[in-house]
Design a protein around this ligand. Structure first.
Ligand code: GAR
Length: 215
């Protein structure tokens, strides 16, 4: 069974979705550890309560980005992960860190990338008047919120949406597509082809097109 390490910065609801999928027998992985960069990350308690090893590396205690990322990689590698899962890990990563985990580092972002990288994606989508918004699981490259797309889910933007209502609609989809993407990885079914990801055994379409959900 593949080992995964999950990195969080806060609430950890995507991490919880992975734990729930694992417990339901839908995610055949060993969640070896959950690591946070903030001591007050709520998700650390949730992970510990689920019997998962937890670590906290407070980024504020390090002299700079390189020093933190070096320590973080050392901490992660103690658990010998096949895959590192960024689940609301709100840090810009150094190129060396990204290179070290090339092809085994996934992120979830609350927009249909390449639209709206960065922060406040839901408010920006409302401000721009887009009618469709969503979330993306992608392999990580050195560029922020960028990389080969594994799966996306789309939702409609409704006339009376607020940042909160839109964010809640999308979070539901995040909890659906992230365990799915990790499952594909664990089953060895993801094939990288430049910026394209193909899922073996699914339709012969780029994985990004498999799961647009409206509703
Ligand atoms: C999620 O919405 C995730 O997509 C977002 O942070 C939230 C974390 O929630 N990630 C990013 O914005 C990364 N650029 P969670 O802690 O409840 O999983």
């Amino acid at each position: 069974m593949k080992n995964i390490v999950i990195l969080i910065s806060g609430r950890g609801s995507n991490m919880e979705a992975m734990i729930a999928a694992r417990d339901a027998g839908q995610l055949p992985v060993n969640i070896a550890a959950v690591i946070a960069n903030r001591p007050d990350a709520k998700g650390l308690e949730t992970a510990a309560a689920a019997g998962i090893a937890t670590r906290c590396l407070d980024h504020k205690a390090f002299a700079g980005r390189e020093a933190f990322d070096t320590a973080l990689a050392a901490c992660i590698d103690e658990f010998a992960p096949d895959l590192v899962v960024l689940a609301g890990f709100m840090r810009i990563l150094t190129p060396d860190f990204v290179r070290h985990y090339e092809g085994r580092l996934l992120n979830i972002h609350p927009s249909l990338l390449p639209a709206f990288p960065g922060l406040h994606t839901h408010q920006r989508a409302l401000d721009e008047g887009v009618r469709v918004h969503g979330c993306t699981v992608h392999f990580v490259t050195a560029e922020l919120d960028h990389g080969p797309v594994v799966i996306q889910a789309a939702v409609p933007v409704l006339d009376d949406d607020t940042e909160d209502s839109l964010s809640a609609r999308i979070l539901k989809q995040e909890h659906r597509i992230y365990p799915q993407a990790v499952r594909w990885f664990a089953e060895g079914r993801l094939q990288l082809d430049g910026m394209k990801v193909r899922v073996q055994g699914e339709q012969a379409e780029p994985a990004a097109l498999i799961s647009p959900v409206l509703g």
